[in-house]
Ligand binder design. Structure first.
Ligand code: VGL
Ligand code: ZN
Length: 210
């Protein structure tokens, strides 16, 4: 358990815009996979619009020698989250299929760390921290502050951010680098509010100093 992240967020306010990236910062790219893009099995409206934004973040982190981590939804063929198994979603991101591949237009560096989640047939995992090596990877890299973008705001971004805050990371959500499923039209906005209430700071990528 972490100390009150809202307090932590208040302490971080001196780090005002533009944000100068520094050692201990890392970029987390959440689930930028074909199935979450328009035309995919679980396509997020305007999901493709985050690609250029995230690509420029990747370039920025690379230029500063800072780590880039990409999570991916990586389900077995009969995953419990699929409707045919009684779950809420159409089949999506089945491991080693086209739908599970990262978007072709996503420019992941060759040394990016890839974190697969949702691999247990009996268990869903929206958070990149759930049953993965993400926490171990971040601590071994000395990461303290996470900048997060990707899909979808109201599921995997939300849950990854909440777990990161629980694990005592400072978290900056890149609001122009996320899009929501919005089963209810307000879900994305509610998710951003929930992340803020938990101590995340919501910024725009243009707030990052070049
Ligand atoms: C996600 C629904 C189902 C996500 C994953 O990446 O946000 N959403 N599986
Ligand atoms: Zn999934």
């Amino acid at each position: 358990m972490c100390k009150n992240n809202t307090e932590v967020a208040a302490l971080l306010i001196p780090r005002i815009q533009p944000f100068e990236l520094e050692k201990g910062d890392a970029l987390i790219v959440v689930d930028l996979q074909n199935d979450f893009l328009p035309g995919g099995a679980l396509g997020v409206a305007d999901g493709e619009k985050v690609l250029t934004v995230i690509n420029s973040c990747i370039d920025l982190f690379q230029a500063h020698g800072l780590p880039v981590i990409a999570t991916r939804d990586w389900h077995p063929p009969k995953h419990c989250s699929f409707q045919e198994q009684g779950g809420p979603w159409p089949p999506h991101c089945v491991a080693d299929t086209h739908g599970a591949e990262f978007a072709a237009d996503l420019h992941l560096p060759s040394d990016a760390t890839i974190i697969s989640k949702g691999t247990d047939p009996k268990k869903d995992a929206y958070s990149g921290f759930e049953d993965t090596k993400l926490e171990a990877v971040l601590s071994s890299l000395g990461v303290r502050q996470l900048f997060v973008g990707g899909l979808a705001t109201d599921y995997c971004v939300l849950n990854t951010v909440k777990d990161a805050l629980e694990n005592c990371y400072s978290v900056y959500v890149l609001k122009d680098a996320v899009r929501a499923v919005n089963l209810d039209a307000e879900d994305g906005d509610k998710a951003l509010d929930e992340m803020r209430a938990n101590g995340a700071i919501v910024i725009a990528t243009m707030d990052l100093a070049a």
